[in-house]
Ligand binder design. Structure first.
Ligand code: MEV
Length: 332
C-alpha cells in the first residue's frame, strides 16, 4: 500500500448540510486521527503527554432523520443500533450520548460512518469516530456543541472502548494543533520548525485496554521499578516541550529513541514494533518509537523533510509495514 491517503475530509467540526444519498437533509461531523509523540501509558498515572493531530487521516459521520429507531451504516455493520456487534458498542454509546446531549434521546436517526483511520492501531480511531458522531448529531439537531460537551461524549464512548481512558485521545482528535495533556488539562505546544513524520502499521491489532491493563499489573507487581520507568517517560515528555518549541529535530529524535526503549522496558512493545523502529533508524529516521497503546499498532518516525518521510515510508514497507502514512505538523 502506498503512503497516499484514501480520503481527506473537512475537519472543521460541524460542517455543511445538504442532501447526498437520501432525500432528507444530511448533516456532517468529522474528526482527525492523532499520534502520541511522548508520554503514552505514563499519562494514565498523571504524567504529561504530547500528541499531534494527523489531519491526513479522518473519520466522518453523516446524520439524517430515520423512520424508526437508531440506524447505523458502516463498513463493519449496517442495521439497527440494538443489533450492533460488540466492536461497535463505543459507536452506539456515542450516538446515544450525543442524542441525550441534544435532548433528543427518543428521536430516530440514521448515522453513516466513514473512516479512513484504521482501528486498533493507536491512531485514535475510536475517539475520532465518537467525536465525528457528536459533531454530526449536534449539527443535525441544531444544538451548539461545547468543548466540554464534546469531551464528555467522546469519553463516554472511550470508556466502553478502553475501560479507563486518560482523556488524551479525546482531546488530541479534537485539537487542531499539537497539545500537551496534563491530567485533564490541555495546552497548545509551540512547534518551532515543521515536523515530517511517517506512521507505519505493524499489521497487528493492538488493544489499548489490554496494554493499559498489562502496565497496571506490572506496576502492582514491581512498584519501584515501574515508577522509575514511568518517571523517565514523564521527564522525556517534559523535556520535549522546549525541543519542539526550538525546532530542535535532533533532540526530539533522541527523545523518541529513549521513549521507545522505556516503552519496550515497560512491556508494551513487540518484536514487530521493535523491528520497524530499527528499520526506520537504519533508513535514516531522526528518531522512531511506537505510538499509542502498543502491543501491535503503529510506530511513528521523524524524518528530515516531507520527501524524506516518503522515502522512509518505502523503506518501512520493504521492512514489513503493512501500510504507511506521511503527516506534517506545521510551525505553530
Ligand atoms: C492510548 O492512545 C494512550 C494510552 O496512554 C492510554 C490512555 O491515555 O488512556 C496508552
Amino acid at each position: 500500500m502506498t503512503s497516499t491517503l484514501p480520503i481527506r475530509l473537512p475537519l472543521d467540526g460541524n460542517t455543511a448540510s445538504g442532501s447526498r444519498s437520501s432525500q432528507l437533509p444530511q448533516f456532517e461531523g468529522s474528526a482527525h486521527a492523532k499520534a502520541i509523540l511522548f508520554g503514552e501509558h505514563a499519562v494514565v498515572y498523571g504524567a504529561p503527554a504530547i500528541a499531534v493531530p494527523i489531519h491526513e487521516l479522518a473519520a466522518e459521520a453523516r446524520v439524517d432523520s430515520a423512520a424508526e429507531g437508531v440506524r447505523i451504516e458502516s463498513e463493519l455493520f449496517s442495521g439497527d443500533a440494538s443489533a450492533a456487534p460488540a466492536r461497535l458498542q463505543p459507536v452506539v454509546t456515542a450516538i446515544h450520548a450525543a442524542l441525550a446531549y441534544c435532548g433528543k434521546s427518543d428521536e430516530s436517526v440514521r448515522v453513516q460512518i466513514l473512516s479512513a483511520i484504521p482501528h486498533s492501531r493507536g491512531l485514535g480511531s475510536s475517539a475520532a469516530v465518537a467525536a465525528a458522531i457528536a459533531r454530526g448529531i449536534t449539527n443535525w439537531a441544531g444544538v451548539q456543541l461545547t468543548t466540554a460537551g464534546l469531551y464528555d461524549i467522546v469519553q463516554q464512548a472511550e470508556r466502553v472502548a478502553h475501560g479507563n481512558p486518560s482523556g488524551l485521545d479525546a482531546r488530541a482528535v479534537t485539537s487542531d494543533g499539537a497539545i500537551r495533556f496534563d491530567f485533564g488539562a490541555v495546552s497548545p505546544v509551540r512547534i518551532g520548525a515543521p515536523l515530517s513524520f511517517v506512521l507505519a502499521d505493524s499489521g497487528i491489532a493492538g488493544s489499548t485496554a489490554e496494554a493499559v491493563g498489562a502496565v497496571r499489573m506490572r506496576r502492582e507487581q514491581n512498584p519501584e521499578g515501574m515508577e522509575t520507568l514511568l518517571s523517565r517517560l514523564a521527564s522525556i515528555a517534559e523535556g520535549a516541550i522546549d525541543d519542539l518549541a526550538l525546532g530542535d529535530h535532533e533532540a526530539i529524535g533522541a527523545r523518541m529513541r529513549d521513549a521507545h526503549e522505556v516503552l519496550h522496558a515497560i512491556g508494551v512493545s513487540s518484536d514487530a514494533l521493535d523491528a520497524l523502529v530499527a528499520a526506520a533508524h537504519d533508513a535514516g529516521a531522526i528518531g522512531a518509537k511506537l505510538t499509542g497503546g502498543g502491543l501491535g499498532g503503529c510506530i511513528i518516525a521523524l524524518a528530515h523533510s516531507a520527501e524524506h518521510a516518503e522515502q522512509l515510508g518505502c523503506a518501512l514497507r520493504e521492512a514489513g509495514a503493512t501500510r504507511t502514512w506521511t503527516a506534517t505538523v506545521p510551525v505553530a
